[in-house]
Write a protein that binds this ligand. Structure first.
Ligand code: F6R
Length: 602
């Protein structure tokens, strides 16, 4: 998605803004631009494609100045052209701005502005904001911005500057992340904390409808804010010797699980300690129904969560995707709690549901990775996954973190209800061993790489699983699609015979998750059905199951654990499979085409 970066302070603005853009570029983008101010002298440079193209253009200019703004764009309205790249400007070249978000009523605003004589130079929704602010501008930029934004529908993280009101950046936010980092001398404004980390140790998060005005002299925010100390490891944006962030993050999986459980497991009590739920502990005891809302990979974690929470906590649980939940009419009452699951905590579809549920006075919980994100600030209570920053566009280690938190939530809610001490102890003790078991799977990396060589010429794949591993099949297929651009479908094993079996032949391999669990025999029947029709089969099976080798073409072994915890192990080979397949096919696995890390638009 788009990302903005701005700087105002005692230093040289250009390298700081460019570094901010580079650090935020992990999410994918297709053009970029910067504007540097030296007093009231403004210079704007934009380019299509990678940041290197912008850097090349900048080589021919001496762009000195101590304030400015920049943006990387991921096209939504209008093609990938220099004219559509940010910063955008008004008619007079007085107001410039960069934007992350979407102006939903831009057509209506544009028509009115054109009637008033405004001339547009791009096809973007963003440009209307420049002209709208221009129409209110009488010398004071924040005043004009405030008046203009009252008319805007949509989402924005905006940085605005004016030639006639210089050495000032106005920042405004609505449903798009925006924060200011400061070391009391310099102010860095960005969409993602990763951009401000090298320069600032304090951050100020902007809330919806807030406007901050930052000048060279002082920092003024309309609503008082208490600066939070930024907790971000500066080394995180580096690949640490790995060729891609995605591989690094898959390898960090065991550590992500370890971080999620650290200090939270109480093995002797067969229980868990989740400090983020302390203030709603009693309310949770009364809850009779749960709804889990999430998108993409987070939604697959939620689907496993449903099976867990129903089997072990005994709470009827539904799962929905954000973009559906927000448009249907869910039946909610005071006995229901809604849990939002999001790595970024900024996914627009999930956040929109959260706002809707909050308005109805229903208890909301969040399972989030990014500290201080919108989701964590809006929910009544929540649990951090503590997976650490995830830079690769595809969710890998954060899925493991979400699963681990859901497993702990299952124990927490289960122990409030009927779950026995013995069951609690068994699950918690097994959870404590999972990081080591996950490490064992990572030692299979080379084997999985070889498998991708063998299967690289197939164009279609089925992923099948049952019960706890059905959502893992969905996740395996999603990863293969997004990283290697191959067609893959995930399915419950039992559904094969209801239609999809018709597609099976020697050109359509199936990846079947069949650990030695309560549905093993059923999975084996599915495997036989596929084999009878000549379909190649890769099985993910439990260590020690030698018999399966006689039936399937290839086997990936995972260590034995409790059935309920199997998905955290069975998913790892799929992340590796998608990764190596993508690399083998020559794709940019960290930034798959058409995708963005955090989907902050509807
Ligand atoms: C897939 C992937 C996406 C995200 C989805 C939700 O690999 O990363 O499907 O899971 O966009 O994102 P969050 O969890 O940030 O809400």
């Amino acid at each position: 998605m788009c990302r903005v970066s701005g700087y105002i302070g005692k230093g040289d603005a250009l390298p700081i803004i460019m570094e901010g853009l580079r650090r935020q570029g992990y999410g994918g983008y297709d053009s970029s631009g910067v504007l540097i101010g030296n007093g009231a002298d403004l210079t704007c440079v934009r380019a299509v494609g990678k940041l290197e193209n912008l850097e090349k253009k900048l080589e021919n200019q001496t762009l000195k100045g101590n304030w400015g703004i920049g943006q990387i764009r991921w096209a939504t309205h209008g093609g990938v052209t220099e004219a559509n790249a940010h910063p955008h400007r008004d008619c007079k070249g007085n107001i410039f701005l960069v934007h992350n978000g979407i102006v939903e009523n831009y057509q209506e605003l544009k028509e009115k502005l054109i009637k008033k004589g405004h001339k547009f130079t791009s096809e973007t929704d963003t440009e209307v904001l420049c002209h709208l602010i221009e129409s209110f501008f009488q010398g004071n930029l924040e005043e004009a911005t405030r008046k203009a934004l009252r008319l805007v529908k949509g989402t924005y993280g905006l940085l605005i500057i004016s030639k006639q009101d210089p050495e000032k950046i106005v920042a405004a936010r609505l449903s798009s992340p925006l924060l200011i980092g400061t070391n009391d001398q310099d102010y860095i404004i960005a969409s993602d904390p990763i951009a401000v980390a090298p320069y600032a140790r304090k951050i100020i998060q902007l809330d919806d409808y807030e406007i901050a005005t930052i000048t060279l002299k002082d920092l003024f925010i309309l609503k008082e804010k208490i600066p939070q100390v930024l907790e971000l490891d500066l080394g995180v944006a580096e690949k640490g010797g790995y060729p891609h962030f995605m591989l690094k993050e898959i390898m960090e999986g065991p550590e992500a699980i370890e971080n999620a459980i650290k200090g939270r497991l109480m093995i002797d009590d067969g229980s868990v300690k989740l400090g983020g739920l302390d203030n709603v502990q009693n309310k949770l005891r009364e809850i009779k129904r749960l709804i889990l809302v999430a998108c993409g990979t987070s939604n697959f974690a939620a689907r496993i969560g449903k099976y867990m929470l129903e089997e072990y906590a005994g709470i009827p649980t539904e799962v929905d995707i954000g973009s559906e939940f927000r448009y249907r009419k869910p039946i909610l009452d005071k006995n229901t709690a809604v849990i939002f699951i999001s790595q970024s905590g900024e996914t627009a579809d999930t956040l929109a549901c959260l706002k809707e549920v909050k308005n109805k006075g229903i208890l909301t919980l969040g399972i989030t990775n990014v500290v201080g994100s919108s989701q964590t600030r809006e929910t009544d209570a929540g649990i951090y996954t503590r997976s650490g920053p995830e830079i690769g566009v595809a969710s890998t280690k954060s899925f493991l973190g979400q699963f681990t938190v859901l497993a702990m939530l299952m124990v927490y809610l289960g122990r409030q209800r009927e779950m026995s001490l013995v069951t609690g102890k068994r699950i918690v003790s097994e959870l404590s061993k999972i990081p080591d078991l996950a490490k064992k799977i990572l030692s299979l990396t080379q084997k999985i790489e070889k498998l991708t060589e063998k299967y690289k010429d197939f164009q279609n794949f089925w992923f099948i699983g049952r019960k706890y591993n059905f959502p893992v099949a969905l996740e395996g297929a999603l990863k293969l699609k997004e990283i290697s651009y191959l067609h893959a479908e995930g399915m419950a094993g039992g559904e094969l015979k209801h239609g999809p079996l018709a597609l099976i032949n020697e050109n359509f391999p199936t990846i079947a998750i069949c650990p030695s669990d309560s549905v093993y025999e059923k999975m084996m029947s599915n495997i036989e059905e596929i084999k009878a029709r000549g379909g190649p089969i890769i099985a993910v099976a439990t260590e020690g199951n030698e018999k399966i080798k006689e039936i399937v073409d290839d086997v990936i072994y995972i260590p034995k654990t409790l059935e309920v915890l199997t998905p955290i192990l069975s998913v790892i080979p799929f992340h590796l499979f998608a990764y190596y397949m993508g690399v083998l096919r020559g794709y940019d696995v960290d930034k798959p085409r058409n995708l963005a890390k955090s989907v902050t638009v509807e």
